[in-house]
Design a protein around this ligand. Sequence first.
Ligand code: SF4
Length: 183
Amino acid sequence: MHTCCAPCSIYCIDLLRSEEIEPTLFWYNPNIHPYIEYKTRRDCLKDYAKMININLILKEEYGLDDFCRNVSKDIENRCINYCYPKRLGETVRYAVEHGYDAFTTTLLVSPYQKHDQLKEVCEQLAKMSGIEFLYRDFRVGFRKGQDKARELGLYLQKYCGCIFSEEERYKKQIKQDLKNVSL
Ligand code: SF4
């Protein structure tokens, strides 16, 4: 299961385990910037994986330059055109190479993601690779997972991952701050 962070993984893991499916977590997120944020999310997931005794594979790649180069021509559509295929493509490649029978992603838990397009990307990858896409609409458990993350004291990020999403998250505040400075 491609895993973007510990808080998002909570409900997905709990649900799959309740179905007697034991997922292996696969960390591959070169879309998370800046580096301190990347490290914080990764280390939080490492701690959580240890806590709940689940297998975690770390595929390390910090890719600010590469990411920006690849999305700069169409920043608006960066999630669908680059970010989802990049992360899920690597997940599927790893899964096929190592004999897994299915893949999925914790991104399906977030109501902030482009769920339908993400699902389409996964379906296409399944078709191309011949490996099953284990689809669940994890969004029903998003709040439950976030509440549990808070209770456990896990790190909860404030934006999706890339620097563009960080700007979007703080857009209103940036505008207000700049206005105040120029008064
Ligand atoms: S907003 Fe999130 S999903 Fe979209 S490109 Fe940025 S990090 Fe990737």
